[in-house]
Design a protein around this ligand. Structure first.
Ligand code: T4K
Length: 372
């Protein structure tokens, strides 16, 4: 049996490098609660993102939940967002007692269609939560213009966008805050983990309270917070992975270029075009199959790959507004582009050490299904 190829594979430093990084923890016995590794990673990331503040989290989802809560949005307020994302985005809104209002996506890069946001605004709208899906940058200028006009908060779900820049600027600069995921499956990982990037000084203490029980001192609990701290093993993994991140992205670029050279200009296959003025991170390789032109459906391709022990994924299918947990609450016909793409998209395996040979094998299997 061939080795199973999964949609991604976590990048890890050399075993010795990680052991070396965690060695002093056997002296200090300091494992969590904002220790030295946490402090070091936070400072390194503030430089890397070029932002005044980074708050580290045990995962990206809790970071998103916390930043939405920190915005003090009105109870049952409406939040305009995209259904074309991972469950986390929508759940973070709903778990804050807010109502998601789904805006369709554009068919070029699959981010929220900024031209369709304004018509969804009501007197209950309080925020926009767009997603830089696959690391594709949203129309940040148009979104900010709308937010300024209507006095709305903008919180970016930048889970996929580590290292991405727009016009030479870190993508972490846009909106009121951005959330990055450092999950094992991401371009940069801390095993599990995440971060918020923002510039508003008043959020620093608030977010700290939210992720650490509101404890200000051994005898002083000032706020009803939860627990969402990144621990020292996670931070140590981040410190190591950060040393290699530029190589990691470069290797992903090479894999991506190879996919492109094989799949571009094939009738019925739509790839995301490289975005103007964007330096990407090559986090994902989504492919949309138009069955009429290509001759096979997305599910045919998925199955053909699976038969060869290759595990592509349907990121993002189903879309959030069709989730069973929201049964009957949303009208999916309002986001036709998201529905169309979600039924046809397949995210192909992509990671730094994926060989050219495997990419060729994947492309050969796909192209063999083409209409003759
Ligand atoms: N917003 C967006 C837009 C997101 O995409 C995500 C997460 C979030 C928010 C929330 O961030 P976090 O709270 O997760 O930090 C995966 C990830 O678990 C999830 O982080 C990610 N998005 C989502 C797109 O993908 P699954 O259910 O597909 O994961 P799983 O376990 O099937 O893993 C996928 C593949 O990754 C495996 O086939 C092999 C590889 N893998 C996986 C793990 C767990 C590894 O190589 N190493 C590993 O340790 O959700």
């Amino acid at each position: 049996m061939n080795e199973e190829i999964l949609v991604t594979r976590s990048s890890m430093p050399d075993f010795e490098e990680y052991c070396n990084e965690i060695k002093d923890m056997w002296d200090t016995h300091w494992l969590t609660n904002m220790g030295d590794k946490h402090k070091q990673l936070q400072e390194e990331l503030e430089k890397r993102f070029d932002v005044p503040h980074v708050t580290l989290y045990t995962n990206g989802h809790l970071a998103l939940e916390n930043i939405i809560a920190a915005m003090n949005l009105p109870k049952h307020g409406e939040v305009i967002t995209t259904p074309y994302t991972f469950a986390s985005t929508t759940h973070a809104i709903v778990r804050n007692g807010l109502n998601p209002v789904f805006c369709d996506i554009n068919d070029e890069d699959f981010t929220i269609d900024a031209d369709k946001i304004e018509r969804l605004i009501t007197d209950k709208t309080c925020a926009i939560v767009p997603v830089h899906v696959y690391g594709n940058v949203c129309d940040v200028e148009k979104i900010q213009k709308i937010a300024d006009k209507y006095g709305l908060k903008v919180i970016y779900d930048a889970a996929h966008a580590f290292g991405v820049t727009y016009n030479g600027e870190s993508v972490a600069h846009f909106g009121n805050a951005s959330m990055f995921s450092f999950h094992a499956t991401k371009v940069f990982n801390t095993i599990e983990g995440g971060a918020l990037c923002y510039s508003d000084d008043s959020l620093v203490q608030k977010l700290y309270d939210m992720k650490n029980f509101g404890i200000h001192g051994p005898e002083d609990v000032a706020y009803v917070g939860g627990n969402a701290k990144m621990n020292e093993f996670q931070a140590a993994m981040g410190i190591c992975n950060l040393r290699h991140i530029d190589d990691e992205i470069e290797k992903r670029r090479i894999v991506t270029e190879h996919y492109r050279s094989r799949l571009e200009n094939v009738s019925g296959i739509v790839l995301c075009k490289p975005q103007k003025d964007v330096k990407p991170n090559y986090g994902y390789f989504p492919v949309v199959f138009n069955e009429k032109l290509f001759g096979a459906t997305r599910n045919d391709v998925f199955m053909a790959l699976a038969d060869n022990n290759i595990n592509a994924r349907k990121y993002f299918y189903p879309i959030s507004n069709t989730f069973e947990c929201f049964h009957g609450r949303y009208d999916v016909s309002e986001t036709p582009v998201a529905l169309h793409v979600s039924k046809r998209v397949l995210t192909l395996p992509l990671y730094a050490d994926l060989s050219e040979e495997i990419v060729d094998k994947i492309c050969d299997i796909i192209l063999a299904l083409r209409k003759k």
